[in-house]
Write a protein that binds this ligand. Structure first.
Ligand SMILES: C[S@@+](CC[C@H](N)C(=O)[O-])C[C@H]1O[C@@H](n2cnc3c(N)ncnc32)[C@H](O)[C@@H]1O
Length: 260
């Protein structure tokens, strides 16, 4: 089969041609790409989805990257939509520092070292991305508080791209998906520990030195939920039903839209 209708942008075979720096791969990225199936495509998919949304498609739209971590979504947003007004938010000073380094020289990003719950923003954003953030919050009111604050920060009709490790429900292949993710991680150079049931991993020789603590942070204490629970939570928070847009094993993406 021959693909037609596409050509490399201005002779660039790889990636988007832009003046956004792309060469910085932090230890975080070296780990997260091995832990999360499909991670390498997530930022690009998420930004492309949001860029096609009713509000964020507008020129100069305001977009929140909630839990921006080391800056993957911000970098991609700068490349795809240089006109967007971006807010990069993360409560972790260390992660924000990585993101600032990655986007060094990029003016016009509003950096916020805080949680979404503590962000004072009412109907300010046209869209948001929250990638691999909700999964770490316990379902004891914390997930609802996060989603409610996210909805509140959006203009009515604004959309969020939400991506998380999920707990597949009543699926005959639930166990297979989980084992496949562990297999993906093992094949990527990470091995389960005795705490495998909690999702903990240990590094192997293929993992960058000094990254064991980071792996533990990214794999322990996760709180995946199923689609029915997510649907109930997002409804209570002020969103319509989650629309499935992405799945890589048990990592799933949804589009949420704030109700009017
Ligand atoms: C696994 S990282 C994902 C980072 C980035 N989105 C990515 O895909 O690489 C999760 C990030 O969410 C941040 N975070 C945790 N709780 C948060 C909250 N309540 N509001 C906003 N960010 C939060 C963490 O500090 C961390 O940087």
């Amino acid at each position: 089969m021959t693909w037609s209708g596409w050509r490399p942008v201005a002779g660039e075979e790889r990636g988007v041609e832009s003046d956004v720096p792309t060469g910085v791969e932090t230890g975080y990225e070296q780990i997260v790409t091995r832990l999360i199936p499909g991670y390498a495509s997530l930022a690009r998919l998420g930004v492309a989805l949001l860029a096609a949304s009713p509000l964020a498609s507008a020129q100069g739209a305001s977009v929140l990257v909630a839990g921006c971590g080391s800056g993957a979504e911000l970098l991609e947003a700068r490349a795809q939509r240089p006109d967007w007004h971006l807010t990069g938010l993360d409560p972790s000073a260390a992660m924000l520092e990585l993101a600032r380094g990655k986007l060094a020289g990029q003016a016009g990003i509003d950096w916020q070292q805080t949680s979404v719950e503590n962000l004072e923003a009412q109907a300010r954003f046209d869209g948001a991305l929250a990638v691999l953030v909700l999964q770490a919050l316990p379902d004891d009111g914390s997930k609802l508080a996060f989603l409610t604050a996210l909805a509140r920060s959006l203009r009515p009709g604004g959309q969020v791209v939400l991506v998380d490790l999920m707990q597949p429900e009543r699926s005959p292949i639930q166990q297979q998906l989980r084992e496949a993710r562990l297999g993906f991680q093992r094949a990527s150079g990470l091995e389960p520990t005795a705490e495998e049931d909690r999702g903990a991993q240990r590094t192997t020789a293929a993992t960058p030195a000094g990254m064991d603590a980071l792996v533990a942070e990214l794999t322990t204490g996760l709180h995946p939920i199923g689609l029915s629970r997510l649907t109930a939570l997002v409804a209570a928070a002020g969103f319509g039903d989650p629309a499935p847009v992405y799945q890589a094993l048990d990592v799933e993406g949804f589009l949420l839209q704030r109700r009017d």
